[in-house]
Write a new protein. Structure first.
Length: 289
């Protein structure tokens, strides 16, 4: 429903294209595959970092065979893959920091593309680059006029002077898909399906999938919270971490305000001296102002 390469594919075909051995979550995995030898591809790392770039952490990453470009060149059996990053975003417009989700998605997919060539992969041939998708499912704080909308941002050819016949696969290498959910939708496709997915509603999912569900899985669904609640729990955990950090900072302020030295506070609270000094510096600045 979202990726054009699979528009004309059956569910069975899509399942055949998925490389289950590459699905990774937030926990980083090895660059070296540890599955059966007949795996088509190695596991992919869910973290990218370098000395010059910010560490980013993908929610879910996986590789999938590109049904459009694979098995079509001169009768030779080839395989071209799509790199997919699937992100669950609780808020469409985060308040802190303030940035467009679309901009973040483009950055993520650009990093996914650049990681295919370099020291880590040993590849230097730009012709080997494979298309990357970053798909963002936004669930809350979506403006009313944008609810139940899906947008794709991708690279398109624009002839400024004259006309050039350039194969699309040469430049169509990154795409971001932003899915903005709403409370109600007349759309009986992707948004209705997502409602079932987020609610863990098996009967609703079966309206869109003729895949038979295992009885054990159905029983597990009755007790699981669904993808939507998993995002909610993720937000709760982040909030708790932020609250704990603020509470610790307030404790440090109180101790410093009562005459304790930074070194004493660091020892008494088992905190790194750098963290205590940061609070100490803020206190001094606030007194001067």
């Amino acid at each position: 429903m979202a990726v054009p390469e699979f528009k004309d594919c059956s569910q069975e075909k899509i399942l055949e294209c998925l490389d289950l051995g590459t699905i990774t979550g937030e926990i980083p995995v090895s660059d070296v595959g540890n599955g059966p030898k007949d795996y088509r591809i190695m596991e992919v790392n869910s973290e990218y970092s370098s000395l010059n770039e910010k560490l980013i952490r993908f929610d879910v990453k996986f590789l999938v065979k590109n049904p459009v470009l694979s098995d079509k060149q001169n009768g030779k059996k080839i395989e071209v893959r799509l790199h997919v990053d699937l992100e669950g975003q609780k808020t469409y417009r985060p308040s802190n920091p303030t940035y467009p989700i679309e901009t973040r998605a483009i950055y993520y997919v650009a990093r996914e593309l650049s990681a295919q060539i370099g020291i880590a992969t040993g590849k230097t041939n730009y012709a080997d680059l494979e298309k990357c998708y970053s798909i963002w499912i936004c669930t809350e704080d979506v403006p009313k006029k944008l609810q139940n909308t899906m947008t794709m941002c991708s690279i398109k050819q624009t002839d400024v002077i004259g006309k050039a016949d350039i194969p699309e696969e040469y430049y169509d290498l990154i795409a971001c898909i932003i899915i903005r959910r709403g409370k109600e939708s007349e759309n009986k496709d992707i948004f209705d399906f997502l409602n079932g997915l987020f609610d863990g509603d098996i009967p609703k999912l079966e309206e869109y999938s003729h895949i038979e569900w295992d009885e054990t899985f159905e029983k597990e669904v009755e007790t699981m919270t669904g993808y939507g609640d998993s995002l909610y729990q993720k937000g709760i955990q982040q909030g708790m971490q932020l609250g704990m950090k603020q509470g610790i900072q307030q404790l440090v302020r109180n101790l410093l305000g009562n005459g304790k030295t930074p070194e004493e506070v660091s020892k008494d609270c088992s905190l790194p001296i750098d963290e205590v000094l940061d609070v100490y510096t803020e206190l001094k600045k606030s007194k001067h102002t």
